[in-house]
Design a protein around this ligand. Structure first.
Ligand SMILES: [Zn+2]
Length: 310
C-alpha cells in the first residue's frame, strides 16, 4: 500500500508519496495558485508524482475550513476559492479514492502516529506560523464539532486590536503569531536602528523566518521578541488548558521550530494565570517532530485509513 498526501498552504502546495508506515518516497512542491485553480494544480502535481506507479489513495489537507464529510473546501483566508468540491473533482481526475481535511487535522494525525504526539490520549496540537492553527485528538480520533472545530487562531484569548486576515480584529493569531512578531521587529528596528536586530536583518525583509533565524543565531533582540510572542501565545494557551485539559500540547508550524527560545516563554505564559495551578500539573508542552512535511504525511496516512479516521 502507498498513498499520496497533499498539504495545501497559503503560499505552497507540498505533494508527497508515502508508504504504509508513513515513510517518504518522493515529493513535489508547487506554488499555491491565487486564481482558485487549486484542484487543477494539485491534480497535475499528483499525476506527475504517480506517473507509471500504482497508488492506493490520496489525502489532501487544506489551510482553511474543510467539510471533511462532503469533501469540500468551504473557505479560508489564505487559499483562493469558495465551496470547491475537492474530493469529487480529484477523484474524477485521478481515478482513486480521495479524502479531504483541514491541514492542522492532518498534521495532528501525523504527529500522533509518528511524532511527538505518540501515545497521547488527549492531544492538543497548535501550529504557530503566519497564523495559529490547531487540532484536537481524543483517543486518537479528531474532534471536529459540527465540522470546523479547532480554529484556535481566530479566538480572542488575549488583548489585542490588530486587523486579522479573517477580517475581524483582535484575533489571538494577530497578537501571538508571525504578523505580531513582524510588527514588534519593525518597531524595534525603527527605535534602535543600530541595534543587533537591525544588523542581523540588514538587507533582508522583516519576516518571521528572518527574525527566527536571527534568534537561532543568538541575536539578543530577536530572542527577546520571540519570547514576547511566546508569552502572548502561552497566556492564550493557559485558557485552552482549562477548557480541554490535554495530556500533551504539541507546537508545530514555522515559528514552532525555533525550539526552547519559544517553548520556555510559552510554558511561562501558560502557567502564569492558570486555574488551580497549585493543584494540577502543567501538561508537557513540546515541539512537533515531523517538521514541514507533517501535514502532507498526515493527509496520506488519513487516506490509507491507518489513523482510524477517514
Ligand atoms: Zn481572525
Amino acid at each position: 500500500m502507498s498513498a499520496i498526501g497533499v498539504d495545501v498552504g497559503g503560499t505552497k502546495i507540498l505533494v508527497v508519496r508515502i508508504e504504509e508506515d508513513g515513510s517518504l518516497v518522493d515529493e513535489r512542491r508547487i506554488p499555491t495558485p491565487n486564481d482558485g485553480r487549486m484542484v487543477t494544480a494539485v491534480a497535475e502535481a499528483v499525476q506527475e508524482l504517480t506517473s507509471g506507479i500504482t497508488v492506493d489513495a490520496c489525502g489532501v489537507g487544506i489551510a482553511g475550513l474543510v467539510d471533511h464529510d462532503a469533501g469540500t473546501f468551504v473557505w479560508g483566508p489564505h487559499v483562493a476559492g469558495v465551496d470547491i468540491p475537492v474530493r469529487e473533482q480529484l477523484e474524477s481526475e485521478l481515478g482513486m479514492a480521495v479524502v479531504v481535511d483541514n491541514d492542522a487535522n492532518a498534521t495532528a494525525l501525523a504527529e500522533h502516529r509518528l511524532g511527538s504526539g505518540r501515545g497521547s490520549e488527549a492531544l492538543l496540537l497548535l501550529t504557530l506560523g503566519t497564523g495559529i492553527g490547531g487540532a484536537m485528538l481524543f483517543g486518537g480520533s479528531i474532534y471536529r464539532g459540527r465540522g470546523f472545530a479547532g480554529e484556535f487562531g481566530h479566538t480572542r484569548l488575549v488583548d489585542g486590536s490588530a486587523r486579522c486576515s479573517c477580517g475581524r480584529c483582535g484575533c489571538w493569531e494577530t497578537e501571538a503569531a508571525g504578523p505580531a512578531l513582524e510588527r514588534l521587529a519593525q518597531d524595534a528596528i525603527a527605535c534602535d536602528p543600530d541595534g543587533s536586530l537591525a544588523n542581523s536583518l540588514e538587507n533582508q525583509a522583516v519576516s518571521g523566518p528572518a527574525i527566527t533565524a536571527a534568534a537561532r543565531a543568538g541575536d539578543a533582540q530577536a530572542i527577546g521578541l520571540v519570547a514576547r510572542i511566546g508569552l502572548a501565545f502561552g497566556r492564550g494557551l493557559g485558557s485552552l488548558l482549562s477548557i480541554l485539559d490535554p495530556d500533551r500540547v504539541v507546537i508545530g508550524g514555522g515559528l514552532g521550530s525555533v525550539g526552547e527560545i519559544l517553548l520556555d516563554p510559552i510554558r511561562e505564559g501558560a502557567g502564569r494565570d492558570r486555574y488551580a495551578a497549585d493543584h494540577t500539573e502543567l501538561p508537557p508542552i513540546v515541539a512537533a517532530e515531523l517538521g514541514e512535511r507533517a501535514g502532507a504525511v498526515g493527509a496520506g496516512l488519513m487516506a490509507l485509513g491507518q489513523a482510524g479516521d477517514r
